[in-house]
Design a protein around this ligand. Structure first.
Ligand code: G3H
Ligand code: 13P
Ligand code: ZN
Length: 309
């Protein structure tokens, strides 16, 4: 099966009250682990490539690797640009066979974010490619964040309506307390579900996206730390909150990268520490690939997309 449109996957998820896992890739083993895991539980997935991944592995390599993966599975897979920072990178991915792109204008003013997003939407839609945009800022938050601070960082529901009307985006990434990386909360993890509900009510039918959704599971961090890593005090979004966002609050796309990195690196560290005389990359990349597969299965079950392919 060729790559599929992410919009079709997201709309189906919206109707079915589950979320599609959107997983970041940087190399062959990560791509293989993701596809093997999703195939085992029969789930549709989005494979996404960041600007950094493009720079590291080259867009063409990643696209061809994903296309190679399609030959060994029947699950629907969409290929997505993650956090495109300008029109040019989005255009390069639209022209390069991606089925959706994200334009991330969240660092700009509201007006400039609308302008740059609309430019990408006009170009991408012409070519049948869907667009995700972001409104609000993904920042690590303190336990005692004030209402004013929250309003300045998190997505404003009324602005979200105006943004979607003026840009014609197909999906919207929102800020409700998640952030990227392994250090998401200084105090207790907390997401602004009330705000999410308001955005949802004002934009019925529009798939919403949750970035920064890694849970930084203790077991994965422990494997890294037990074998030489130094990742103290890492904290993610509890799996119960991700499940709630997906199954009760109609979040349709959930972005996960950090947990894959932890799983991959943990197994490499473990293998090399336990087998100091081995230097065949296949010997340590194989277990790392298996670890990706296991994490993917665990995530997909939390999102409720298993059996939805
Ligand atoms: O949103 C960020 C993703 O985790 C990608 O990270 O820019 O280091 O590839 P990266
Ligand atoms: P994590 O860092 O929580 O995995 O988030 C990844 C992400 O949002 C990619 O766009
Ligand atoms: Zn992100």
């Amino acid at each position: 099966m060729p790559l599929v449109s992410s919009k079709a996957l997201l709309l189906k998820a919206y109707e079915g009250n589950y979320a599609i896992g959107a997983f970041n890739v940087n190399n062959m083993e990560i791509i293989q682990g993701i596809i093997e895991g999703a195939t085992e539980v029969n789930a549709p997935i989005i494979i996404q490539v960041s600007a950094g991944a493009r720079k590291y592995a080259k867009q063409e390599y990643l696209r061809h690797l994903v296309n190679a993966g399609l030959e060994s599975t029947d699950i629907p897979i969409a290929l997505h640009l993650d956090h495109g920072e300008d029109f040019e990178i989005c255009k390069a991915c639209v022209d390069g066979g991606f089925t959706s792109v994200m334009i991330d204008g969240s660092k700009y003013s509201f007006e400039d974010n609308i302008r740059i997003t609309k430019q990408v939407v006009d170009y991408a839609h012409e070519k049948g490619v869907q667009v995700e945009a972001e409104l609000g800022k993904l920042a690590g938050i303190e336990d005692n964040i004030s209402v004013e601070e929250k309003d300045a960082i998190f997505t404003d529901p009324d602005q979200a309506v105006e943004f979607v009307e003026k840009t014609g985006v197909d999906s919207l990434a929102i800020a409700i307390g998640t952030s990227h990386g392994a250090y998401k909360f200084k105090g207790e993890p907390k997401l602004d579900f009330e705000r999410l509900e308001k955005i949802q009510a004002k934009l019925p039918g529009l798939p919403l996206v949750l970035h920064g959704s890694s849970s930084v599971p203790e077991d994965l961090v422990a494997i890294c730390n037990n074998f030489g890593a130094d990742i103290p005090g890492a904290r993610g979004v509890p799996e119960s909150m991700i499940e709630k966002a997906a199954k009760e609050y109609k979040i349709c796309k959930v972005n996960i990268d950090t947990d894959l990195r932890l799983a991959f690196t943990g197994q490499i560290r473990k293998f090399l520490k336990e087998n100091p005389s081995v230097f065949d990359p296949r010997k340590y990349l194989g277990p790392a690939r298996n670890a990706i597969k296991e994490v993917i299965i665990r995530k997909i079950k939390i999102l409720g997309s298993d059996g939805k392919a």
